[in-house]
Design a protein around this ligand. Structure first.
Ligand code: EPU
Length: 337
């Protein structure tokens, strides 16, 4: 394992922000990881996975560990189900494609999400009516302080909307090394209720979709509105969709009759942050190289050489205007470093 010094992280974060790491090492096996954790490292550790959900606003005085441990394995199977695990450094979308090729159902709606398998449980990735928590059985993680391996069951992870124990009680304490899913081998339970999927399938006159069809529909929808990080730097949704009370929502609806919403429970609704941002006229706007995507206002973009600070300033301007206009506090989905 090679340690590199003053390493640019531009190629390691999907926003394409050019900051440096004091020290940088790519970890390709658990033994390499154990080895480095057992050392008395002079710089604090910073764990970097696919870099797809972070905004880097400064150079890191850290030893950055880029977790690139690979491997996919079928652990057990019956006639109906399969237990399949993927190591942390597998590219998420490649893993989903592996499952679809083998006719393992359950992850197709999560096609084309950027990032690695290892960070997927941290924010309970989700899209088009499905979340990781619906199929994840357990994940394995190594404690940074003790070097010991621990298994976290689905329940242990305390999953919520873009949330888990790894973002709260034990934030920064573990490195996820492997994630295991229980997927279907037949009688797949398709989730096509998200409007855009159904219409994408009907456009192609697909009435009895396979998991491959659903995956292709999701890929088509994502490509139509989300920028490809290889072309325009971004981290997907920058903010979470806020949850507000029904009475707050009713007041807003009186002023803005077209406000969209999703019911959470009898007293709460979720409002699409993209809609709120669009109402404040940010959609498609650009300041230098920092901007708001023209097709999806929830996505902030780096057109070329924006600094993390410029993107952060833009996000704060958006938060202030949303607060003034709608009395809603937008929380970032992306981790600000
Ligand atoms: N909308 C607008 N203007 C916009 C964007 C959205 O008015 O510029 C409104 C529309 O009413 C639209 C609604 O928002 O119908 C929902 O938009 P969309 O279907 O694009 O979904 P989203 O709520 O903006 C969430 C996730 C995405 C996920 C999609 C699909 C969050 C924070 N984001 O976005 O996740 O792909 O649903 O399930 O929950 C991500 O987490 O990085 C991400 C891309």
């Amino acid at each position: 394992m090679k340690i590199e010094y003053n390493k640019s992280l531009k190629a390691y974060n999907t926003f394409g922000i050019d900051v440096t790491a004091a020290e940088f090492a790519t970890i390709t096996s658990e033994s390499e990881l154990n080895n480095i954790l057992s050392k008395d490292n002079k710089n604090p550790l910073f764990i970097l996975s696919g870099g797809s959900n972070m905004l880097l606003t400064r150079d890191l005085d850290s030893l950055v560990l880029h977790i690139a441990i690979k491997g996919i394995e079928v652990i057990d199977e019956s006639d109906n189900h399969v237990l399949v695990s993927a190591k942390a450094g597998e590219n998420w979308h490649n893993f989903v494609q592996y499952c679809i090729k083998n006719n393992y159902g359950g992850l197709e709606n999560l096609s084309l999400i950027p990032g690695y398998v290892g960070s997927a449980p941290i924010q309970n990735i989700g899209a088009y009516g499905v979340e990781l928590k619906d199929t994840m059985v357990q994940c394995e993680a190594i404690s940074i302080s003790s070097g010991k391996k621990q298994v976290f069951t689905n329940k242990d992870c305390k999953f919520g909307y873009r949330n888990s124990i790894f973002k709260n009680e034990i934030k920064g304490e573990y490195i996820i090394t492997k994630v295991t899913f229980r997927l279907t081998k037949k009688d797949h339970i398709l989730n096509t209720s998200y409007g855009a999927i159904e219409s994408a399938l009907l456009d192609q006159e697909i009435h009895k979709p396979t998991i491959q069809d659903v995956s292709e529909a999701v890929i088509k929808i994502r490509k139509s509105k989300l920028p490809d990080p290889l072309e325009i730097g971004n981290s997907g949704s920058f903010f979470k969709n806020p949850v507000i009370t029904t009475s707050h929502f009713n007041t807003l609806r009186d002023q803005h009759p077209s406000i969209p919403s999703y019911t959470i429970d009898g007293e709460h609704l979720k409002v699409p942050a993209g809609w709120l941002i669009e109402q404040c006229n940010f959609k498609g706007k650009r300041w230098g190289d920092a901007g708001v995507h023209e097709k999806q206002a929830l996505v902030l973009v780096n057109y070329n050489n924006a600094s993390g600070k410029e993107i952060l300033d833009l996000s704060r301007r958006i938060q202030i205007e949303i607060k003034e206009k709608f009395h809603i506090t937008l929380e970032t989905e992306v981790n600000i470093i």
